[in-house]
Design a protein around this ligand. Structure first.
Ligand SMILES: [Fe+2]
Length: 221
């Protein structure tokens, strides 16, 4: 992971569908029209509080595929995913408040914990510094396409906390490739040292940020 990281972008596919089984504790589909911007409050249609263990259905092992110890775990999607976010590795826009962070990572195949998933797409969304999601536009939403080595570099801000889920988190999906319509996982990134992080209810990967706000991730799916 000591090589120079190159942020690349790829194409957007408007017809992606998930082949991963939904988590049984995932919140119900929010069918109401979301306001332009709102925090998760724990009310109907919002992201629920973290309350307990979740079903890992949707993991590769559930389909009979080999599962290596490196496999990252799925986590709830929440109600605020928006498809077809722009292809970009830098989510920080002009005058956007917040603490910049960089997540450098690699996506590999969990079957052997080694083979790079060339061209995989990391599709991320998270709350702004005030703990609010943009549910109309694509602020703090983006798809990053990995290079031939499965590597990516995401630049964004530290996600804000909100009452229902005070833990810092970045939601993400990983698609096999742009246009492949194969979802490999839905999960969330958490941060080392966050006092609100509880591994008994937060299942996604935990990333350590250094003093400059840079962290590295290895996502095996
Ligand atoms: Fe959230």
């Amino acid at each position: 992971m000591g090589t120079a990281w190159v942020a690349v972008s790829g194409c957007t596919d408007a017809t992606k569908t998930s082949t991963a089984a939904p988590c049984c504790d995932a919140p119900p589909e929010d069918t109401s029209a979301p306001p332009d911007r709102r925090p998760d409050t724990g009310t109907t249609g919002s992201e629920p509080s973290d309350t307990g263990p979740q079903d890992d259905s949707g993991q590769p092992g559930d389909t009979g595929e080999p599962v290596a110890d490196c496999t990252i775990q799925s986590d709830q999607e929440g109600p605020f995913y928006t498809a077809d976010a722009p292809n970009r590795a830098d989510l920080i826009e002009a005058d956007m408040p917040g603490v910049p962070i960089v997540i450098r990572g690699q996506i590999i195949d969990a079957v052997d914990c080694a083979t790079p998933r060339a061209g995989a797409v990391l599709d991320v969304w998270h709350a702004d510094e005030a703990g609010e999601y943009d549910n109309v536009g694509f602020e703090l939403r983006g798809q990053v396409t990995c290079d031939a080595e499965g590597r990516f570099e995401l630049r964004t801000i530290r996600p804000g906390r909100y009452p229902a889920r005070p833990v810092e988190h970045i939601h993400f999906k990983i698609w096999a490739s742009a246009g492949a319509e194969v979802e490999l996982i839905t999960s969330q990134i958490y941060f080392e040292g966050d006092p609100s992080h509880d591994p008994s209810v937060h299942f996604g990967p935990v990333i350590a940020l250094d003093g400059s706000g840079t962290g590295e991730a290895l996502f095996a799916v």
